[in-house]
Design a protein around this ligand. Structure first.
Ligand code: ADP
Length: 184
């Protein structure tokens, strides 16, 4: 059966989906990690598109997202979503809602642009140090709830770059999608 939410282990830059999501900075400049890989694979055109976007609309605040064409990537579009930098303590609740917003705003952009297949990396879990298990829960439950009320999106793929992330996502998907037979 066709799965609306699934997980793969691999490199997000290889996926021929409608949109891949970039774990972007507010400046929309390429960093290391997944954004470095995306910019390398997309070529210099993506840098130009991000600069244009930045000039037109300013920085992209944490929890928000913008969309550009995808340069040389096999996907049609890139959605640049800005996740939060993790902090323990009193700011942790805010960080969790900002991560949920990053996923939600990416999906809203996809719907606005008529995009049906979207691939997400584990936003904020690299240089931004978000706890991986917590980030996976937020990613999966936010996407699950969004897809229930948005039939336009036909498939969301969580792309795990390591064995460890793949194991975390597999366990979390089994748990949070239990009984959701139309999604998994
Ligand atoms: P952030 O700054 O939001 O934490 P990072 O790029 O540092 O973003 O890391 C986010 C996640 O992306 C990490 O789990 C990292 O392992 C993963 N990642 C790095 N490169 C790739 C890639 N080519 N494809 C998919 N995921 C990747």
């Amino acid at each position: 059966m066709h799965k609306r939410i699934m997980m793969i282990k691999g490199d997000i830059t290889h996926l021929p989906v409608d949109a891949i999501v970039n774990a972007a900075r507010t400046s929309l400049r390429s960093g290391g990690g997944v954004s470095g890989a995306i910019h390398r694979a997309a070529g210099p055109k993506l840098k130009k598109l991000c600069q244009q976007q930045r000039h037109q609309q300013g920085a992209c605040p944490t929890g928000h997202a913008v969309i550009t064409d995808a340069g040389n990537l096999p996907s049609r579009k890139v959605i640049h979503a800005v996740g939060p930098v993790w902090r323990w303590g009193w700011r942790a609740t805010l960080k969790q809602s900002q991560l949920a917003s990053a996923y939600q705003n990416s999906l809203l952009l996809a719907v606005e642009h008529g995009l049906q297949t979207i691939a997400f990396p584990a936003i904020s879990t690299g240089h931004y140090h978000f706890p991986r298990l917590l980030a996976a829960r937020i990613a999966i439950t936010t996407v699950r709830d969004f897809l229930k009320s948005n039939p336009v999106i036909s498939q969301v793929i969580f792309v795990c770059f390591s064995e460890r992330d793949a194991a975390i996502y597999q366990t979390s998907l089994d748990f949070y999608l239990k009984g959701e037979d139309d999604l998994c």
